[in-house]
Design a protein around this ligand. Structure first.
Ligand code: FAQ
Length: 329
C-alpha cells in the first residue's frame, strides 16, 4: 500500500515505505520518548510531517510578514544609530523566515507551495503582526514584548524532536535575544525621557500587551493541536504554561520601567508564586486570525505586491540556472 507525499514541486509522489503499522508507530514514539532527533530522511507518521509543515511554515510566514510593522519605521527612525539597529533587526527576521522555509522544505514541501498558501490565505501567520505601529515607542514595545514572547515560545523549540527545526531555532533564538534587548533599551530610554516620551512608551505598552499574550495561542482547553504536539515533543510546554512564564518575567520589567501593565486584574499570588492576570479577549483573537484585525488586508496586499514585484528576479534566476545547466550538459 502506498500513501502520498509531496515532492519538491509540491506535486505528489508515491512513497513505498509510509505504511503506518502499529509496530512502526510504536517504534517512532519510542524514539521520541528516548529524546532521539527525527531527521529528514527518517520514517515518520504522515500526521507528524503535516503538523511540522503547518507549524514551521506558519512560523516562517510570521517572520516574513513580521518585517512589515517595523519596516514602517525604517525611514522615520529618530537617529542614524536607531535606523542601523532597526535595519539589522528587520533583515534578521527575513533570515529567520528563510531558515524556517528551508527547515520545512526538508519535509518535502516546496517554498513555492508555502508562499502560494500564504498568499491565498490558506496558511496562517501570527496574529500579532496585524496590529499597527503608530509611534516610535511601538518599535521598543515590539522588541521588548513581541520578541520577548517569541523567545519564551521558541527556546523550547530548540529541543523540538524534529532535528532541522530544532537546529534552525538555536540561531534564531540567539538573534531574538538581541532583538528583545534592543527593544527593552528603547523603552528604557523613552520611559526615562520627557513626559511626552514616557506617555508614548505607556501608550505602546497599552496597545501591545494583550496582543502579545495572544501570541501564545488559544488557552489549553481550546488548543486543538497541543496534546498531540506535546506527545511528539514538537511542543515542550502548553500555550498557557508559556503565557504564564512570559507574564511572570515581563511584569517586573514593566515595574522597572515605571510603566503600568494595562490589566486591572493583574496581581501577584504569593501562594503560587505567579502573577494572576485578567481574561484575554478571545473574540478579538479569533477576529484577527479570521482576517479582520486592524491591518490584515494591508499586510497581505503588501506581501502580494512584493511577490509580484519580485517576479522578474525569479524569472532571471531560472533563466540563469537553465543557461548554466545547458552549458554543463
Ligand atoms: N496567531 O492548537 P493550537 C515572531 C492557530 S514569530 C495566529 O494551540 P499550535 C518573531 C494555530 O496555528 C511568531 N494563529 O496550535 C518576530 C492553529 O491553527 P490551524 C510566530 C494562531 O500550533 C518578532 C489554531 O490557532 N511564532 O514573533 C495563533 O499547537 C518580531 C489552534 O491553535 C511561531 O510561529 C496566533 N497567535 O500552537 C518576527 C512559533 N496561535 O493551523 C518579527 C511556532 C494559534 O489549526 C518581529 N509556533 N494559532 O489552522 C508555535 O509554537 C505554535 O504553532 C503556536 C500555536 C503556539 C503558535
Amino acid at each position: 500500500m502506498y500513501t502520498q507525499g509531496l515532492d519538491q514541486q509540491g506535486k505528489t509522489e508515491n512513497r513505498r515505505d509510509s505504511l503506518e503499522t502499529p509496530e512502526r508507530l510504536e517504534a517512532f514514539q519510542a524514539r521520541i520518548d528516548a529524546e532521539e532527533k527525527i531527521e529528514a530522511k527518517d520514517w515518520m507518521p504522515e500526521a507528524y510531517r503535516r503538523t511540522l509543515i503547518r507549524q514551521i511554515s506558519q512560523h516562517a510566514h510570521s517572520e516574513i510578514i513580521g518585517m512589515q510593522p517595523e519596516g514602517n519605521w525604517l525611514t522615520r527612525a529618530p537617529s542614524l544609530k536607531r535606523k542601523a539597529i532597526l535595519l539589522a533587526k528587520v533583515q534578521d527576521e527575513a533570515g529567520h523566515g528563510l531558515y524556517l522555509y528551508g527547515a520545512a522544505e526538508t519535509l518535502g514541501i516546496s517554498r513555492d507551495r508555502m508562499v502560494a498558501d500564504l498568499l491565498s490565505g490558506k496558511a496562517k501567520y501570527s496574529s500579532i503582526f496585524n496590529y499597527p505601529t503608530l509611534n516610535w515607542a511601538d518599535i521598543g514595545a515590539i522588541g521588548w514584548l513581541v520578541d520577548g514572547a517569541a523567545i519564551m515560545n521558541q527556546i523550547p523549540l530548540c529541543r523540538c524532536s524534529y532535528g532541522p527545526y530544532a537546529r534552525a531555532m538555536v540561531r534564531i533564538c540567539k538573534e531574538e535575544s538581541f532583538h528583545q534587548r534592543q527593544g527593552f533599551e528603547i523603552m528604557h530610554v523613552m520611559a526615562n525621557g520627557s513626559e511626552d516620551q514616557k506617555a508614548m512608551a505607556q501608550d505602546a505598552l497599552n496597545r501591545w500587551w494583550w496582543p502579545s499574550l495572544m501570541m501564545f495561542g488559544p488557552s489549553d482547553k481550546d488548543s486543538k493541536h497541543s496534546a498531540q504536539s506535546m506527545a511528539w515533543k514538537i511542543k515542550r510546554f502548553s500555550n498557557d504554561e508559556l503565557r504564564q512564564k512570559f507574564v511572570d518575567v515581563t511584569v517586573p520589567q514593566a515595574d522597572f520601567l515605571g510603566l503600568t501593565v494595562p490589566d486591572p486584574d493583574l496581581r501577584f499570588d504569593e501562594t503560587s508564586g505567579h502573577y494572576c492576570y485578567g481574561e484575554i479577549d478571545w473574540q478579538e483573537f479569533h477576529d484577527v486570525i479570521a482576517g479582520n484585525g486592524p491591518c490584515n488586508r494591508q499586510r497581505m496586499e503588501t506581501r502580494r505586491r512584493a511577490q509580484d514585484d519580485g517576479a522578474w528576479v525569479r524569472e532571471a534566476a531560472r533563466a540563469y540556472a537553465a543557461k548554466h545547466a545547458a552549458k554543463a550538459a
